[in-house]
Design a protein around this ligand. Structure first.
Ligand SMILES: N[C@@H](CCC(=O)N[C@@H](CS)C(=O)NCC(=O)O)C(=O)O
Length: 214
């Protein structure tokens, strides 16, 4: 059976697992914490990052590479638009989710969950406050103007863009934060809609049990 190396809390591992769930691909999750990784792991993931895919002799790091590979390997249901302009938009939102959104939302997650719950040290609430007041609002303002009242952000169809955009919001939720529906009503509804898909729900329950945030 193919193996996915990584741990749950990572928005990139979650993104890949949701794609695997949506496509109905069976796999084994091999726990790898991305700190001080072994030489063996670095051979299959040269940047030392999670996730990394392994199927027999074939190995592939990076969530975006793995998800694109899975799309070709298991085409149904399609998660990437066929039309060039739509595909371009989907890849842009995936990139935005993986970079800016992960950066601002996981700052809060790192302090409240990793630092406080896992490392048992006082969270830096000043950093959290700064993230929530300075970094998060411009990102949410942008997304509020982009999301649709539909199954997905690109052409109204659920796909890779929605998986990548919604995944970091699970970390935000673990940190006790949600999108304020009074300030960003379309974004709040969009995130709720995507995270209520069975593929996300099962993983989120598993994570909440592990983090004690149920
Ligand atoms: N672009 C990569 C990013 C992966 C990534 O940054 N993973 C984090 C965990 S959330 C990691 O492994 N960090 C360890 C490090 O940066 O050394 C992807 O999409 O898979």
């Amino acid at each position: 059976m193919p193996r996915l190396h990584g741990v749950n809390a990572s928005p990139f591992v979650r993104k890949t697992r949701v794609v695997l769930e949506e496509k109905g691909v069976a796999y084994e999750l091999v726990p790898v914490m991305p700190i001080g990784v072994s030489d063996d792991f670095r051979r299959i993931s040269p940047l030392g990052k999670i996730p990394c895919w392994e199927d027999g002799d074939y190995t592939l790091p990076d969530s975006s590479c793995i998800c694109a590979y899975l799309e070709r390997k298991h085409p149904e249901p399609p998660l990437y638009p066929a039309e060039p302009e739509s595909l371009g938009r989907a890849l842009w939102y995936e990139e935005y989710g993986d970079t800016r959104l992960v950066e601002v939302l996981t700052t809060v997650f790192f302090q409240r969950v990793v630092q406080a719950r896992i490392m048992k040290q006082a969270p830096d609430e000043e950093r959290v406050r700064q993230a929530l007041t300075d970094l998060v609002p411009p990102v949410f303002d942008y997304l509020e103007g982009e999301v649709a009242d539909a199954d997905g952000i690109v052409d109204g169809c659920f796909g890779i863009a929605d998986v990548a955009l919604a995944s970091p919001f699970v970390n935000f939720d673990h940190a006790g934060e949600r999108v304020d529906p009074d300030r960003w009503p379309r974004l709040a509804a969009y995130v709720d809609r995507i995270l209520s898909r069975p593929s996300f729900k099962a993983l989120v329950e598993e994570e909440k049990a592990a983090f004690g945030t149920l």
